[in-house]
Design a binder for this molecule. Structure first.
Ligand code: NBG
Length: 800
């Protein structure tokens, strides 16, 4: 048992000897980590509340292509309540728990907010005592590791499974055979026409489970990750190892390149693979305690995270009709009462469409079902609207493509957006017709982040300070309890203590950046941070243009120079490997960073750091240390954002547009505690109908003109001679400016100036930090999960 120091020490030594044949002094740090993690895993599994309590209680299955878990050790030891025992026990064994924590690699099975949201949700579901499982793919390689070579992003594979994964347990007995290719045959049975999928190629889906540990409640759920292997029922018309390779490819990497036909097939295979396997699991589990699937929807709900698992709509119909003999109508009732869909973006590039000539041969039976769903749906739309164009617009199969979002909407009982503004845009614009058709289906669930990982564990100094002031009830109820901090906004001593706590984390980040990036930054400067995926709509480039402007101004205006409070701009972002524009922005910022940091005079006021390989663990350093949180997407484009919430919770002030969840942050903290700038939704929409011409701004605003010239005159290039390195960026701004950077430039500069002046007034600034923390409880994913539970999932709490 790990809950006593002595028994922990004994178990640790025994396990080290049993697993690696080593004593403490011979064991490598990796071996120490493995043993500690596997002890924690076994402790979680053996000490959890019995599953019997969960029998025939409703449960949720969260189907997601991504789960961005980061590291697990600290979080699990803390949630299990044994962190201190382990730490002290290790000290007595002469070991340092921090070093062991650092030996854990990140589980990077995701690339951004959507995947991290899934991870936060799983933490909250368990911590609130609900029964909920994650369902995903066990990718052999995580999202790529980013390196900079000469300022350019270079992608390296992330072989996260190169060491045995201490958290997972393989369950070969629960494997599922997933069929691809082949064709459909019909036959008559008991006077009914039946269909079967024949001549198919099977792939074996083998589940690996990781415990998802609730906070101090002995609830342990699981994340199930499916690995693709060759089936024993392998095809005989193919060379075995060629077939085996094809199988393995399915669970080899996240988002394989889909520009080729082969790539598209592989992605669709992945989607069907984990959706069908996950559904099979849910169904089997249900049948362990129930006679039939008649009441499946009463006891289960499957949440479809974005369109990637949307094929489960058709798969569930197939299963009910072909395998369990249901007629269409009842099967449709059960399916559509069991599934719910979350939309995470309005960007059309992410609303998936599969060409019929790919999906039909790969999934012939499933495709037939999609055709039937489409036919019935189209008839329904026609009957209700008598408008053939509407039928066309809303069709699931249209122009030889299957529209997965349409399939998901038709096949689910709930469709939700992820922030108030996003849901409003879905209902009023993007999916207005759908909302009219299904007036009660659309709803909002504003995202959240787990305050355990993103406040308590990553910011111990500040969270202990908060506890000393308002007690620890915020652990369970951050939304109400954090607000108690509002009473102390005029308590000078408390404000000083908050400032000092912040400085501790700023110093820690400074140290980390020095070690990792080799750049020294000033802990008394404003830490202004933008970390998120690199994408044109997120406008890292706007941030960069502003820095170029600052450089020019600091160089030419002495008064400005002396009044300016030193500011450090920190970026972290990965660009999709084939996204040339985004990669060019990385190169620009890295080049700027060299020029600026290398200039003696300017670097006393301004520094720029692009941290390499931004990931969850890096974020745990950055969030607590930030003074300013950059949330500057073009209004309407960012569905929610979740980094904005993590920063706010740690007392950073947001500089942002009225986009995504920034709108709700603004509503909570009020205009005095946030720096809002830029076009609002209505203005963006109005601008779309004008002949917006970015060149007009370039010609009238001298600051912009200078910066634009510097993009091509070699100023920020390696050799200082004019070249076309950043021509792509220049042309985009000059001739297109799709995301209205130049339109928002002036108001961004103003907002930045406000921030810089504001920071000089330490008391006023820290007050605003406290207001931000006090109001951030709303953004705990515990609140989000309670919203899902109340409106969509209807789960019951488990009793102790
Ligand atoms: C992202 C949005 C973010 C949002 C996360 C989580 C996708 C497709 N969408 O704004 O861009 O915070 O989802 O909901 O990754």
């Amino acid at each position: 048992m790990l809950n006593y120091k002595q028994s922990f020490k004994d178990s640790f030594k025994q396990a080290l000897a049993a697993k690696f044949g080593k004593s403490i002094k011979d064991a490598s740090i990796q071996e120490q980590y493995f043993v500690l993690a596997s002890l924690a895993r076994d402790y979680a599994r053996s000490n959890k509340i019995s599953g019997a309590q969960f029998v025939n209680k409703r449960k949720v299955y969260y189907f997601s292509m991504e789960f961005l878990m980061g590291r697990m050790l600290t979080n699990n030891l803390m949630n299990l309540g044994i962190y201190d025992i382990c730490r002290e026990g290790l000290v007595e064994l002469g070991l340092d728990i921090n070093a062991i924590e650092d030996a854990e690699g990140d589980q990077g099975l995701g690339n951004g907010g959507l995947g991290r949201l899934a991870a936060c949700f799983i933490d909250s579901i368990a911590s609130l005592g609900y029964q909920g499982y994650g369902n995903t793919i066990r990718y052999k390689y995580g999202f790529f590791k980013q390196r900079f070579e000469n300022g350019y992003q270079v992608e390296h594979p992330d072989p996260w499974l190169k060491h045995e994964n201490a958290w997972e347990v393989r369950h070969s007995n629960s494997s599922v055979e997933i069929p691809f290719w082949g064709h459909v045959e019909s036959y008559i049975e008991d006077g009914k026409v039946k269909f079967k999928h024949v001549d198919c190629e099977y792939v074996r889906a083998v589940p690996y489970d990781m415990p998802m540990v609730g906070d101090a409640n002995r609830v342990v759920n699981r994340l199930r990750m499916w690995k693709a292997e060759a089936s024993e029922n392998y095809p005989t018309n193919k060379e075995f190892f060629a077939y085996e390779n094809e199988c393995r490819a399915i669970s080899s990497q996240l988002y394989p390149d889909d520009t080729t036909r082969e790539g598209k097939i592989l992605r669709l295979k992945q989607q069907y693979f984990f959706s069908a396997a996950g559904l099979n699991w849910a169904v089997r589990k249900h049948l362990e305690n129930n006679e039939s699937l008649e009441n499946f929807h009463e006891l289960n709900v499957i949440q479809i995270n974005d369109t990637h698992p949307a094929v489960v709509v058709a798969e569930f119909m197939r299963l009910l009709i072909d395998d369990y003999d249901y007629g269409w109508d009842r099967a449709w009732e059960i399916t559509t009462s069991s599934l719910a869909y979350t939309n995470h973006t309005i960007l059309s590039e992410a609303l998936e469409k599969w060409p019929v000539d790919i999906i039909q041969p790969l999934l012939p039976r499933v495709y037939k079902i999609i055709e039937e769903i489409n036919l019935r749906w189209s008839n329904q739309v026609l009957a209700e609207s008598n408008d053939p164009e509407k039928v066309y617009r809303m069709a699931i199969i249209r122009d030889n493509q299957v529209h997965m979002a349409h399939l998901a909407i038709v096949g689910s009982f709930s469709v939700n957006g992820v922030a108030a503004l996003h849901t409003e845009i879905l209902k009023e614009t993007e999916m207005a017709e759908w909302n009219e058709f299904f007036p009660n289906k659309f709803n909002n669930k504003t995202n959240g982040v787990t305050h355990r990982r993103w406040f308590k564990y990553c910011n111990p100094d500040l969270s202990e300070l908060v506890t000393s002031k308002i007690g620890d009830a915020w652990n369970k109820n951050p939304e109400d309890e954090f607000k108690k901090l509002l009473k102390f906004v005029d308590d000078k001593e408390f404000l000083d203590a908050v400032y000092d706590a912040k400085q501790i984390r700023k110093n820690a980040l400074k140290q980390h950046i020095l070690e990792r990036e080799g750049i020294e930054i000033d802990e008394n400067s404003i830490f202004d941070i933008q970390v998120k995926r690199l994408h044109a709509y997120k406008r890292q480039l706007l941030n960069a243009l502003h820095i170029m402007y600052l450089y020019n101004r600091l160089n030419s205006d002495e008064e400005f120079y002396s009044n300016f409070h030193p500011q450090t701009f920190i970026f972290g972002a990965k660009a999709a490997p084939s996204y040339a524009f985004a990669k060019n922005v990385i190169k620009l910022i890295n080049t700027m960073s060299q020029v600026i940091n290398g200039n003696d005079k300017i670097s006393k006021k301004l520094k720029v750091v692009f941290v390499e390989d931004y990931n969850v663990s890096y974020a745990e350093f950055l969030m607590p240390a930030a003074d300013v949180s950059e949330q500057i997407s073009l209004a309407t484009k960012e569905a929610s954002g979740t980094g904005n919430m993590k920063f706010m919770m740690n007392g950073a002030l947001t500089i942002g547009t009225m986009d995504g969840a920034n709108v709700e942050i603004h509503d909570l903290v009020g205009s005095d505690n946030i720096a809002i700038f830029g076009l609002a939704k209505e203005e963006v929409n109005a601008l779309k109908n004008t002949n917006y011409n970015a060149a007009d701004i370039i010609h009238t605003d001298k600051r912009v003109q200078l910066v634009m010239n510097q993009l091509i005159n070699g100023f920020f290039s390696e050799y200082g001679v004019a070249n076309d390195e950043f021509r792509m960026i220049y042309d985009e701004l000059m001739f297109n400016d799709e995301y209205y950077l130049l339109k928002d430039f002036a108001s961004y500069v103003d907002a930045q100036e406000r921030i810089n002046n504001w920071y000089k007034d330490k008391e006023k600034w820290t007050k605003a930090c406290v207001v931000n923390i006090a109001m951030s409880g709303f953004f705990s994913s515990d609140r989000t999960i309670e919203d899902y539970v109340r409106d969509i999932w209807k789960l019951e709490k488990k009793h102790k």
